[in-house]
Design a protein around this ligand. Structure first.
Ligand SMILES: [Zn+2]
Length: 483
């Protein structure tokens, strides 16, 4: 297996994402049975400018590629050299993703068995802390004339491949290679190419069933990992099994970051009510407590319209959740459940007062004014803050790659996001008298991303607040704009 024909590939690009960026240089080194058969490389005209930071990293400048052929002109050669060989690269998904994207733009679908040398190195040398190319060069005494240029980097991989073959037993190598190049299994009705097509990016995915029925909508920090995990867990629980059996097609929309993905997911779930989504569905409205200064019991309000000017505390997904939260708070602060309207029936002493959990507002041992003051103090951390801006704001979410979300050709455009109104604690906001919990709540705490994103609030940087700057759909962004 290790002696089969392989091609070591390295590409230099204008950035990190195959859908947005282009190849500026490609190198291929053909190997078979311990011999280097040939090596080939070419600069590539990317059809756009190369960002200065990338020019500094790779040393490939706009001038250098000015006379280079576009990818279309070398596609025949590239395809011929890749044909029938295992695609070997360092962080193989990167190079493979770029080569596939360039070929797909030319209407030439491409797939190949993959071998990632990072994963191979980890598998064979698990005790080593680092597996980047520099570490491999040092550890195995490889030679590299110029790092970050395509041919020298691809040649290092070829040397690495040969060094492994010289130093380790064939069955060890074959076992490691088989392990790292194992492809995730998909339900039989889905195309094999899905494994390669799913991007390693933030976004929202949709499982479509028979008759175009929307089965499930989910958001992911890494779409590929998340979607494939559904099918891997299909062996374990019944719901995943049913979903995997019913899905006929998977669609996705990339977003710049997790925030945009959460908004889009919430909107799709509410609008289209997918069969398998439970958590975000249902009655939907949020609840909050309104507390006046008159000592009357707090009022539970549903957040479905303009709010009164009263002080409001907490955001809850249901009335029951709101009551449970207030009950717990009352117990912690010896407040009276009867005065709070949470205990009904009878006059006089509440049950809590009899067991020492109520300071006695129900029997006059504490004045209503003092009780109300203590209630408000206890609730203070949960107070809803008024929308701090004079009007609506636009939020632009930018990925770590410095880009706003941009749709790929395979997916529907998802440029500005302007929800009709806010109904979830993800990001309550509006200019119609709605209130927002601290905007730091916008980003749910479950972030475990490898791809941090940044958010900018247009209002806070002095940009127009009522109408987001216009953008072409192709450069989309997460716009937050109440209607
Ligand atoms: Zn009481």
């Amino acid at each position: 297996m290790f002696d089969e024909p392989v091609v070591c590939v390295d590409v230099e690009t204008t950035g990190g994402h195959p859908a947005w960026h282009r190849i500026t240089e490609i190198a291929l080194v053909g190997l078979r049975a311990g011999e280097i058969e040939w090596q080939w490389s070419s600069l590539v005209h990317p059809g756009c400018r190369i960002p200065p930071s990338i020019q500094r990293l790779t040393g490939i400048s706009d001038e250098m590629v000015a006379e280079a052929p576009p990818f279309a002109a070398i596609a025949d050669e590239v395809e011929a050299r890749l044909a029938g060989r295992r695609f070997v690269a360092h962080n193989a998904r990167f190079d493979y993703g770029f080569v596939r994207a360039e070929l797909r733009r030319l209407g030439r679908p491409f797939t190949a068995p993959l071998a990632c040398t990072v994963r191979l190195s980890r598998e064979l040398f698990p005790d080593q802390p680092r597996h980047n190319l520099d570490a491999l060069i040092e550890r195995h005494g490889l030679e590299c004339a110029t790092r970050h240029r395509a041919l020298p980097d691809a040649a290092v991989l070829a040397q690495f491949w040969l060094a492994l073959r010289d130093r380790l037993p064939a069955d060890t190598l074959d076992a490691a290679l088989a392990k790292v190049s194992r492809r995730p299994s998909l339900p039989a009705q889905l195309p094999e190419s899905l494994v390669d097509d799913l991007p390693e990016a933030c976004g929202v995915y949709r499982f479509i069933g028979e008759g175009d029925a929307l089965l499930y909508v989910g958001k992911a920090v890494n779409l590929r990992e998340r979607v494939l995990s559904h099918f891997m867990s299909a062996g374990r629980d019944a719901k995943s099994q049913r979903l995997a059996a019913q899905v006929r097609r998977v669609e996705w929309t990339e977003t710049a970051g997790e925030f945009g993905a959460l908004l889009l997911e919430a909107r799709l779930v509410r609008e289209r009510q997918p069969v398998y989504n439970r958590r975000l569905r249902g009655g939907g409205g949020l609840h909050t407590w309104s507390v006046g200064d008159d000592g009357a019991a707090p009022q539970l309000l549903a957040l479905d319209g303009p709010l009164p000017a009263a002080d409001l505390f907490g955001l809850y997904r249901s009335a029951r959740q709101a009551r449970n939260a207030l009950t717990t708070l009352a117990r912690d602060h010896k407040l009276c459940l009867r005065v709070l309207g949470l205990e009904t029936g009878g006059e006089g002493s509440c049950f809590g007062h009899q067991v020492g959990r109520c300071a006695g507002a129900c029997v006059g041992a504490e004045t209503r004014a003092k009780h109300n003051l203590r209630l408000k103090l206890a609730l203070a951390p949960h107070k809803l803050r008024a929308w701090p801006h004079p009007g609506a704001v636009a939020l632009e979410e930018t990925s770590a790659l410095g880009r706003s979300a941009r749709p790929t050709s395979a997916n529907a455009a998802m440029p500005w996001r302007s929800p009709a109104r806010w109904r979830s604690p993800i990001a309550p906001a509006s200019s119609r008298g709605w209130r927002a919990a601290s905007t730091s709540r916008c980003c749910a705490s479950r972030r475990r991303t490898t791809r941090p994103s940044t958010r900018r609030c247009a209002a806070s940087i002095g940009a127009p607040t009522s109408i987001p700057r216009r953008r072409s759909p192709a450069s989309g962004a997460a716009a937050i704009r109440p209607s």
